[in-house]
Design a protein around this ligand. Structure first.
Ligand SMILES: Cc1cc2nc3c(=O)[nH]c(=O)nc-3n(C[C@H](O)[C@H](O)[C@H](O)COP(=O)(O)OP(=O)(O)OC[C@H]3O[C@@H](n4cnc5c(N)ncnc54)[C@H](O)[C@@H]3O)c2cc1C
Length: 433
């Protein structure tokens, strides 16, 4: 048993990564204090796609049954040519039956996952969660970390044995530690339109669909919605200089949706959201006793649904290492493994994958588009290729890997040809991060 008089582990951020980290610590009997700036978990439509590797971890945390119950099982995903409306390839996670107990994806909205974990945290007296409590400064010291927490009652200093900065892309913790967020921001934003219109009744698509188009790609996903009745999210890129008003006004929204799938009458739209999109990785994931996890450490475009999944893996791996050190099962220097492993894995499995996914969706060169489509057909047609592709895209390969590129710290090198519109994007980096 851990002594509850020891200094707690502090967590900045009550998004899904912060609360999963808190639960993973509380279950090891380690005292934890979590501070969330807002007064509740955000229910903005962001992550839903939960991959097999993550389902395995959520199973260990006692969450997977509820995630499946409150989400939607999606075994297959499809890749389409939007221009010709031709189905290019379909992928089926059933080929992973020999690899995992969860050969499928679950579409479960991230606010549901965060709230489930928070509910379980209440059962642990050594876990303290405070909302409307913003971390405003961080001082990493030899034997502890001090943070300043600002609430309506004023500011106070809180000391912990370690700090996990899970405070999202604009991370105060990362900035306070002086860690650079290397990479770039795309000039266009992603527009997410959510509708109860049942796309499942009018097309042969499945619950996760990608539509490549040189003029305007799209993706289409089904989620359960809070009441389980089903909602569809349609994602489009904006034009680089499109304003909020131009993208979000009713006429423009209807025009985009009708161009995607013409129907009689207007689409009911229950949410319309715009997101800045980045490819960035923190130059370091650790400074002394302070660590970064989730979007605070890395951020990527959402095509492929990898960012939160990888962030949950960060939380699970980091809290396992911290547990071993706190229980004195391992020397403190095993904590170096966190950055040594997670940073290169993020570059290889998340940054490179999502950059390639986005390029495949927006490719303009007809010859390259044709080659991409043929490559996808070949992957889907041959079982060994199909399995290898899904092992990678589901992050199973990354979590099973026990070695990562060794030697000097990997730099976040960007293939120049993928770096589209970076200058315009950089101009918005301060504003949007
Ligand atoms: C449109 C879209 C679709 C996506 N789809 C997927 C998907 O299908 N699958 C996937 O894996 N990923 C997806 N992602 C990415 C996913 O949403 C993020 O990776 C995920 O939200 C990261 O979780 P987090 O807990 O690290 O950060 P966040 O969710 O950003 O949470 C950070 C929390 O910290 C709080 N906070 C901030 N500053 C402070 C402070 N100073 N003190 C205290 N609290 C603070 C914030 O209020 C927030 O609650 C998608 C993203 C977008 C935009």
């Amino acid at each position: 048993m851990m002594s509850h008089s020891q200094r707690p582990i502090l967590i900045a951020g009550g998004g899904p990564v912060g609360v999963i980290a808190a639960l993973a610590l509380a279950r090891q009997d380690i005292p934890v204090q979590l501070f969330e700036a807002e007064n509740r978990v955000s229910d903005a439509p962001r992550a839903a796609t939960t991959h097999p590797a993550t389902l395995e971890m959520l199973s260990d945390l006692g969450l997977v049954d509820e995630v499946i119950h409150r989400g939607l099982i999606a075994r297959r995903f499809q890749f389409w040519d939007r221009a010709s409306r031709e189905l290019i390839a379909e992928f089926d996670h059933a080929v992973l039956e020999g690899d995992t107990a969860f050969p499928f994806i679950v579409q479960c909205e991230q606010h549901k996952l965060a709230n489930m974990a928070l509910e379980r945290l209440r059962a642990y007296p050594h876990a303290d969660v405070q909302f409307s409590a913003r971390v405003t400064s961080v001082v990493p010291l030899e034997d502890r970390v001090d943070i300043t927490v600002k609430t309506a009652a004023g500011s106070r200093t809180v000391s912990g044995g370690y700090l996990i900065g899970a405070d999202g892309g604009r991370s105060t913790v990362r900035k306070a530690l002086g860690i650079e967020f290397e990479g770039y921001t795309f000039p266009e934003r992603f527009l997410v339109l959510t509708t109860p219109f049942d796309f499942g009744a009018v097309g042969t698509w499945c619950k996760r669909n990608y539509f490549s188009d040189p003029n305007e790609w799209a993706s289409l996903f089904k989620v359960a919605g809070d009441d389980g009745s089903g909602l569809w999210r349609v994602v489009f890129p904006t034009r680089p200089h499109e304003t909020n008003q131009q993208a979000l006004n009713e006429e423009a929204v209807q025009r985009r949706l009708h161009k995607f799938f013409p129907r009689t009458g207007p689409y009911p739209v229950v949410h319309r959201n715009l997101y800045h999109v980045h490819q960035r990785v923190a130059a370091a994931f650790r400074k002394g006793r302070a660590f970064l996890a989730g979007d605070a450490a890395h951020i990527n475009n959402p095509i492929g649904g990898l960012g939160l999944n990888f962030g949950i893996h960060d939380a699970v791996e980091l809290t396992a290492l911290l547990g071993r050190v706190i229980r004195r099962e391992a020397p403190a220097d095993v904590l170096d493994q966190y950055e040594r492993r997670r940073r290169p894995l993020n570059i290889e499995y998340v940054q490179q994958e999502t950059i390639a996914n986005k390029r495949r969706m927006e490719e303009k060169d007809p010859a390259v588009r044709a080659a991409n489509f043929q490559a996808l057909r070949n992957i889907a047609a041959y079982p060994a290729n199909h399995r290898a592709y899904l092992l990678r895209s589901s992050l199973l390969e990354s979590v099973r890997r026990d070695t990562v590129p060794s030697g000097e710290r990997q730099h976040f090198l960007w293939p120049a040809s993928t770096h589209t519109g970076s200058r315009a994007g950089e101009a918005c980096a301060d504003k949007c991060l």
